[in-house]
Ligand binder design. Structure first.
Ligand SMILES: Nc1ncnc2c1ncn2[C@@H]1O[C@H](COP(=O)(O)OP(=O)(O)OP(=O)(O)O)[C@@H](O)[C@H]1O
Ligand SMILES: [Mg+2]
Length: 456
């Protein structure tokens, strides 16, 4: 937009209203200054019948610059997709659908980053997106749910809720190939599933024994051979069978792998991944949530649980679009195996019809990957750049500067961060920013009750 005329940019007319401060603004006022409620100057001092909302002097600039100077001017309402809530600046209803925005070329990918301090409504907003997305025919995968916020939703919706951890009645088995999706080519599906299982076994060993990372090619071969042997020789193979096969295999690579996997078969981690599965992800379920609350305080166990769940959910893609949700994503950022996986997932989202949702407290959470080396830290920092929808809640003290810099917030956007209320966030979709409150229905508020774990 280019402004050429000297006429007021914005003018509202309200019959019979008056202003208390007719001379409040001087001619020297800033060119971009708004004067809501001010009257047009009159020499006769009589009652005015017009009220002006105007910019005092004409200003010429591009839409991009005006958008930066005052980002919350609204244009076309965002009314495509699922209802989210209302714009707290204009009152307009706000709808959202990452796939529609991608088709309209508003965003360059379908991924979503949700960032904000503890307790300002990140999970409730993500739950609203998921629930309303399911109503639109999308599916929802939650590979790790450390607070059981998502398993409750899955149970309420008749989806699949799998709560795992040592001693928990439900178990995933990393050797389980899962169920072929309806209509899948059996041979191709089996081949892919075996490759997925082999990759998972490598990731598990690397997580258990960082000193072996990256696993030597010969060690990978040994591990894959032992896994294949264990699975062919047993109807329901478990990690115990792989450990036995590695013992029989011998050789310099077998021993350290066997020692690493042995940790899952005995000791504090036993009973979580080394038993036959009681649950297999169901490709036809609208929502599958893997509850990891039982291991939430034990980083290694949590990482292994989420690794296994992610791999097994990958094996149950089904058809259609799906959200893959990483709540408390800062936990996965610290584990290099997860980081690499999520990075690939974000890059392939358009091709796979997925929208990965990363929910984290602060952008500085990506620094947690620094222990894993500078390339891991760079990958972690790059994750947010792969999310073209950013939903920014109130920031923790000391985080605002970094958030503003890394997300290229304008000054007014940065200032708005400081007074966002509960459930309210800046939604940046591509180049557009809106200030949105997520509106929850009564049933949703009861269903989403994320305070349960705090009160437990
Ligand atoms: N849109 C909303 N409208 C009304 N209340 C909300 C909204 N969003 C969140 N809340 C309330 O705010 C509280 C915190 O919400 P939520 O658990 O979603 O925050 P969070 O940012 O995910 O917190 P944490 O960082 O601890 O995971 C809850 O009591 C919830 O009911
Ligand atoms: Mg939360």
């Amino acid at each position: 937009m280019t402004r050429r005329s000297k006429a007021p940019l914005i003018e509202t007319r309200t019959a019979g209203t008056t202003s208390k401060h007719p001379q409040r603004r001087s001619a020297a006022s800033s060119a971009s200054e708004f004067e809501p409620g001010a009257r047009s100057p009159r020499s006769d001092g009589q009652r005015h019948d017009r009220q002006f909302l105007r910019i005092l002097s004409a200003h010429r600039d591009t839409t991009a610059v005006l958008g930066g100077a005052y980002p919350f001017l609204t244009g076309k309402p965002a009314d495509g997709g699922m209802f989210i809530g209302h714009d707290t600046v204009t009152g307009q209803r706000f709808c959202f659908d990452p796939w529609q925005l991608y088709q309209q070329q508003t965003v360059s990918n379908t991924n979503i980053a949700i960032v904000g301090n503890i307790g300002w409504g990140k999970t409730n907003t993500a739950l609203a997106i998921a629930l309303r997305g399911i109503a639109c025919g999308y599916r929802v995968f939650v590979p790790g749910d450390p607070k059981n916020d998502w398993t409750r939703l899955a149970e309420a919706l008749g989806g699949q809720a799998i709560r795992i951890g040592p001693g928990m009645p439900e178990r995933l088995n990393p050797l389980d190939l899962g169920t072929p999706p309806p209509g899948a080519d059996g041979q191709a599906w089996r081949h892919q599933s075996e490759q997925r299982r082999a990759a998972l076994m490598v990731a598990i060993v690397e997580t258990l024994a960082p000193s072996l990372t990256p696993l030597h090619p010969e060690a990978r071969e040994t591990l894959t051979a032992a896994t294949g042997f264990a699975c062919n020789a047993n109807t329901t193979a478990t990690l115990h069978h792989v450990v036995t096969a590695l013992a029989a295999e011998g050789g310099e690579h077998a021993a350290p792998i066997r020692a690493a996997l042995g940790e899952l078969c005995a000791g504090p981690l036993a009973g979580m991944l080394d038993q036959p599965a009681t649950a297999t992800p169901d490709p036809s379920s609208p929502i599958i949530a893997v509850g990891t609350a039982a291991v939430a305080d034990y980083d290694l166990a949590h990482t292994l649980a989420v690794l296994t769940a992610t791999s097994q959910l990958d094996g149950a893609p089904g058809s259609g679009r799906r959200f893959i949700i990483y709540d408390e994503a800062w936990r996965i950022l610290a584990a290099p195996t997860h980081l690499a996986r999520v990075n690939t997932e974000l890059r392939l989202s358009r091709a796979r019809g997925t929208s990965t949702v990363l929910i984290t407290h602060a952008l500085s959470d990506t620094d947690k990957a620094a222990d894993a080396g500078s390339s891991a830290a760079a990958t972690a920092r790059g994750l947010v750049a792969l999310c073209d929808t950013r939903i920014i809640f109130r920031q923790a003290p000391g985080e605002t500067d970094r958030t503003a810099t890394e997300l290229a917030l304008t000054n007014p956007e940065r200032q708005a961060l400081a007074d966002l209320g509960k459930g309210e966030a800046l939604w940046k979709t591509g180049n557009t920013t809106r200030r949105i409150h997520t509106d929850l229905g009564t049933t949703e508020s009861m269903l989403f009750d994320t305070d349960q774990h705090r009160n437990a």
